[in-house]
Design a protein around this ligand. Structure first.
Ligand SMILES: *Cc1c(COP(=O)(O)O)cnc(C)c1O
Length: 369
């Protein structure tokens, strides 16, 4: 059996940057709880994306949860959320006993449809917050979404877990809303083995998030708590990996874009194949290169053929409004996200792939035509 080709797996720097920062943490015994790596990772990431402040956390999900708390979302509140996303976007809404209303995608972006969002605002004028996602590194149509949220005076949270390195009209995704979040889970464009970041230009809210994330310990010699706390802080060892990874982020984005271009060139002309959107406002990190199939070759044919060649691929996210756990919540839109799920395939987008590996993938796929 030939070596397995993955969708997206951890890719540490050739230079060993990550290990240097981790070694430093060991040498200074700043293993936990906090330390230089945590502070510097926050500063470096905030500078990279152009945000005033950042809080390093244990996961992207934790970052979404604290963003909702910062937005004062509570019991019974309505939160708009894209239906086409990973469940981690929606779960924290439930942690707060709030109610998600799922919003459809559009074909232009695969992300939250501004028209459906507008309709949702008409239906639920009392909405408390909006979460927008930049799926697979493609940016949502932020001008329209920001305008709608501003007009309705509603907090906007950007789930940029998949879009670190993506720019919309020259500005980094995750910095358009009141809060942005990033993930460093193992399959993301850079990884710390697990972790997340909350960013905002509101420095006092970020300070508050750090406080909540460390069990809400009040300033006192004894253990004093006047608010509910969480154990959500990133460790100093993990942050060291993040600092090293951040140094190779641009390289990783370039490679993801190379992979996308390769697939576009090799597969784009096949009957029934559509590529993921390529909008001129968007400089995408193309985290996972994805295609849609509307001809006689179906997604299942691709999964099976690639798997037989020891190559990983998978469907586009199954929409939240179709999930057993979430189907009781309202959905605004038509069938765009259903269709993207039905026809979409995420292709291997591992940055360690060689040209030979890419050839292996496209040869198998082309063989189906
Ligand atoms: C990965 C991901 C998350 C969650 O990040 P974790 O760090 O794994 O908690 C949230 N939203 C989206 C869209 C993701 O892809």
């Amino acid at each position: 059996m030939r070596d397995r080709i993955y969708l997206s797996s951890p890719h540490m720097s050739d230079e060993g940057y990550e290990q240097e920062y981790v070694k430093e943490a060991f040498e200074t015994n700043w293993i936990a709880p906090l330390g230089i790596n945590v502070n510097e990772f926050e500063n470096e990431l905030a500078a990279k994306v152009g945000s005033k402040a950042a809080a390093a956390l244990s996961s992207g999900t934790a970052a979404i949860h604290l963003a909702l708390r910062a937005a004062e979302v509570g019991e019974g509140d309505i939160v708009f959320c894209p239906t086409l996303t990973f469940s981690a976007t929606a779960n924290p809404i439930i942690y707060e006993n709030a109610k998600p209303v799922f919003i459809d995608s559009d074909y232009e972006t695969w992300n939250m449809c501004p028209k459906a969002l507008e309709e949702a605002f008409r239906k639920y004028p009392e909405v408390k917050a909006v979460i927008v996602v930049h799926l697979y590194g493609l940016s949502a149509d932020m001008n329209k979404i920001v305008d709608l949220c501003t007009k309705h005076n509603v907090v906007l949270i950007e789930d940029a877990a998949e879009s670190l390195g993506t720019y919309y009209k020259g500005k980094h995704t995750g910095t358009f809303g009141d809060y942005g979040i990033f993930s460093f889970n193992g399959n993301k464009i850079i990884t710390t083995s697990g972790g997340g970041m909350l960013v905002s230009n509101n420095e006092s809210k970020i300070a508050k998030a750090r406080f909540w994330a460390t069990q809400s310990r009040d300033q006192a010699r004894h253990y004093q708590h006047s608010e509910l706390g969480f154990n959500y802080r990133m460790s100093n060892v993990v942050a060291g990996i993040g600092r090293g990874q951040l140094k190779v982020l641009n390289q990783r984005v370039e490679k993801k874009r190379y992979i996308y271009d390769f697939y576009k060139r090799e597969l784009g002309e096949l009957e029934g194949v559509g590529l993921m959107p390529d909008n001129d406002w968007d400089y995408s990190n193309y985290w996972l290169s994805s295609i849609t199939l509307t001809g006689k070759v179906r997604p299942i044919d691709i999964y099976e053929a690639l798997e037989a060649g020891n190559i990983e691929s998978r469907p586009v996210w199954k929409p939240m409004h179709m999930q057993p756990f979430f189907e009781k919540y309202d959905f605004v839109g038509t069938d765009v996200s259903d269709k993207l799920y039905e026809n979409g395939v995420c292709l291997p987008s591992d940055t360690k792939m060689t040209d030979e590996d890419l050839e292996r993938v496209v040869e198998i796929i082309k063989g189906l035509w």
